[in-house]
Design a protein around this ligand. Sequence first.
Ligand code: DGL
Length: 273
Amino acid sequence: MDNRPIGFFDSGLGGLTCIPHLMRALPDERIVYFGDTARTPYGSKAESTIRNFSFEISDFLVSQDVKMIAIACNTVSSIALSALRKRHPSIPILGIISPASHTIANTCTGENNVGIIGTKVTIASDAYPDKILKFNSDLHLHQMACPTLVPLIEEGIIEHSIMDLSIEYYLDHFIKYNEIDTLVLGCTHYPLIRKNIEKIYPKLRIVDPSKEMFTSIDDTLTERGIKAASPTISNIFYASDLSENFVNMINKIFSDSDFKVAFRNFDLDDYLR
Ligand code: DGL
């Protein structure tokens, strides 16, 4: 048993989409979340920049005595997972891409056309096709980077025609030309626009990797004997820029639960100085 929290991080509020799944699957676990809202989006930045940001955040989470780090960001998972594991060899660090790739490989066949959408860095890394094809080499995979979706989501522009037009701009031709029937939301921000996508393309089957992540978190906690049991600590959400949208999103996620939530504005520069 281990009542210490699990550390989660993302470039911003996208990783928050993982939290309701955690609450449902592992209600005794507590979290420390870090959203790098001051420096979002990550998805079009240089790999070395993203790697350095992820080092800073993981060092901070380790200083908060987390028992595990779950990378709630496809972009970081796609290019920095092994470097992060080397940096913190004493705690388990899980990415988001591998568990989802397993599900896709197990639930799709060669008759499906699977579309993967994500940031420029995630798509350029080929992390999804590399993993999925290792598990099932029969699948037909297609990828599309959608770089303007994350900034719109971070601004809270979701229930608006600008969002629907942006989705159509990236996906209309992609879906029709490749006859996509299964769409993988390869960025943790995208579950926040899942309803928009379903409204525009009602026949698509949607795979949400932020949901798939919890089987591997559960397995790792069990294997290492570090599951929590009735902890008394609160969940803590740090943001490098505590925006109104970030706070609203957290309140929305926790509105129906009796979980204790605490917010902190956190200046990584101060921490690093
Ligand atoms: N939510 C993140 C991901 O899953 C990062 C998006 C971004 O900052 O560009 O890739």
